[in-house]
Design a protein around this ligand. Sequence first.
Ligand code: 1GP
Length: 256
Amino acid sequence: PFNQMLEGIQLSTFSKLEQIRTSRGAVAIALLDPDKKNDNGLLNMLHLVNESDFDAIFIGGSLISDNEFESRIEEVTKNTDLPVIIFPGSSSQLSQHADAVLFLSLISGRNPQYLIGEHVKSAPIIHNINLETIPTAYILLDGGVRSSVEVMSNTSPIPMNKHDIILAHALAGEYLGNRLVFLEAGSGAENHAASEVVSNISKQLHIPIVVGGGVNTPASARTLVSSGAGYIVTGTKIEENPSIKELQEFTNAVHQ
Ligand code: 1GP
């Protein structure tokens, strides 16, 4: 009866992702950064993603411009059945073609622009295009190299060994009403979020943990999921011309 009741009700993208997390153990997310690639590169990467058992696509980047963004998102949504969720570098990265947007608060930093400024600028646009928002506490950790997020947001990452401070930020993120906590080590990080950090936080939090930045082997994906990560994001790996088999090994490790 419950299933019958649900029939005809449109599930939100976030609910769909959560259903996948429950049924598969964790969600495998492919990050596409449309500013680094020309159109052919983007479609090639999308093809790899479509064939490799990913559950969803995050799309966004630090440098992509507004008009380019809209057309790239449209191109991606036309060529995949996966949910497409914007992972915005700024309030100008919005599109009615996407299924949802991560409404990110960069709570590891103290730059008001990324705590409320971009939110206010984007809110009327999100309202007008009726885009689903997924409130996300975005925590930048020191992944061993200076990251684009650090440079572009003018905030400092939290050192990876400051477990109590990271936990305090994650708890604050949950108490603020966010639906996800995203532990970001920065694209191309030398070290992804430490598994001790993930397991410490997952024991104390009630909301799911997203881990991204430097997660590029099946072994690290598996360790992070066993430590309590509910969502694993990988980007650079997909840009390095991997085989479908390699990517499938990665998504298998996420789904365990
Ligand atoms: C960056 O978390 C993402 O925002 C993905 O990082 O490119 O290192 O996979 P990678």
